[in-house]
Design a protein around this ligand. Structure first.
Ligand code: FAD
Length: 338
């Protein structure tokens, strides 16, 4: 019997595994393709704040940025590169310079997973009985966390809808030198051994599971190089590696962290007024000991350490999570429309 089963070994699942292992918990981690095989393996993975007008998402990302910079530097210094970030607005009107960083995405997910039992398999079924969950009729755990990114949901609830935003980034060899992390039309890493990392495209039209035509790598490369060359002079360019994947995004752009409402049972309740403007989430019926962490969009490596700590404290110490992150908000909106 495991204390926790995590499904999905991207940066969200890996960060949560790290938090639970640190607390002496027995953790089993499932991924159908292996660690960092989804969107996380494609990431840059730049650790930066949100350069935009104020708002709840900016507030969250800025807090997570400060937390994650410290987290990576203190716990994984060899996988973290600290560098000056120069952010220029697209119209060239504003410029910000600040200390920021980037991590080695795949190596970081692997390091975070140290100490877990890893199973490379696609989880198809979850069944709760007698106080614990059975996974694919073979493994049991007290708690389950779904960290499956933009992939098909295992628990099918109509109010959970995540979009996958396709992204492409490249590593290039070039004789051009770059000292800082540059953000404008794309992000460009500092040079390392004659190499630069350039990312990433935002393609809302292509989806690997539904698009009829194959993704055009050449076109993606051209777009990245064209945007990068508006920022720095690039000479003797050779594309060494392509990375592609889906960013999982929610409809209101905020992540989803916490318990899942059982819509059928909750809708059957006679005492809940679903038209209420300020719904009371405590009145809903939830899947027992089952949680999700998802919807980090383009800020997975910034948000995951911060959100994973929050979810760990919620599961182990019943610490409350900000309602603006609760998956229940989507249930409330969906139920109001019925
Ligand atoms: C090109 C690109 C560049 C990016 N650049 C940055 C960046 O610079 N900085 C930043 O912070 N973020 C960046 N991001 C965003 C970041 O990568 C995502 O927010 C993050 O990867 C989401 O992590 P996740 O763990 O939620 O999902 P994923 O990494 O997609 O992980 C989900 C995992 O679940 C597994 N899975 C799904 N269903 C099942 C199942 N039924 N059974 C078993 N396993 C299952 C999948 O195999 C997958 O490995 C970028 C993303 C892309 C695509």
């Amino acid at each position: 019997m495991y204390d926790l089963a995590i499904i999905g070994a991207g940066i969200n699942g890996s960060s949560l595994a790290y938090e639970f292992i640190k607390k002496g918990q027995k953790v089993i981690l499932f991924d159908m393709e292996g660690i960092a095989s989804g969107g996380s393996g494609a990431a840059g993975a730049f650790i930066s704040p949100k350069f935009s007008k104020s708002g709840e998402l900016k507030e969250l990302i800025d807090k997570a940025f400060i937390y994650s910079m410290q987290f990576y530097e203190q716990n994984f210094p060899s996988l973290f590169t600290k560098a000056t970030l120069i952010h220029t607005s697209q119209d060239n009107e504003e410029k910000y310079t600040l200390e920021s960083g980037m991590v080695n995405a795949e190596a970081m997910c692997n390091a975070l997973c140290e100490g877990v039992t890893l199973k490379k398999q696609k989880v198809e079924s979850l069944y709760f009985d007698d106080g614990f969950w059975t996974i694919d009729e073979s493994y049991s755990a007290k708690n389950i966390v779904l960290a499956i990114g933009a992939y098909e949901q295992i628990i099918k609830e109509p109010y959970i809808q995540l979009r996958g935003i396709w992204g492409h980034r490249i590593d290039i060899k070039t004789s051009s030198e770059n000292k800082n992390i540059l953000h404008q039309f794309v992000s460009i890493s500092p040079s390392r051994d004659g190499m630069l990392s350039i990312g990433a495209t935002h393609n809302v039209h292509y989806h690997p599971e539904t698009s009829k035509e194959a993704y055009d790598l050449e076109k993606g490369r051209e777009e990245l190089l064209e945007k990068a060359s508006q920022m720095i002079d690039l000479e003797d360019v050779e594309v060494v590696k392509d990375y592609t994947g889906l960013r999982p995004g929610s409809n209101d752009y905020m992540p989803l962290v916490g318990s899942l409402v059982i819509s059928k049972e909750t809708l059957a309740s006679k005492s809940i007024q679903f038209q209420r403007k300020n719904p009371d989430y405590a009145m809903y019926t939830y899947y027992p000991n089952l949680y999700m962490i998802n919807g980090n969009a383009g800020y997975g490596f910034v948000l995951a350490p911060y959100l994973a700590k929050m979810l760990q404290e919620h599961i182990l110490n019943a610490k409350s999570i900000d309602e603006r992150l609760a998956p229940a908000r989507f249930f409330a909106r969906w139920a109001r429309r019925l």
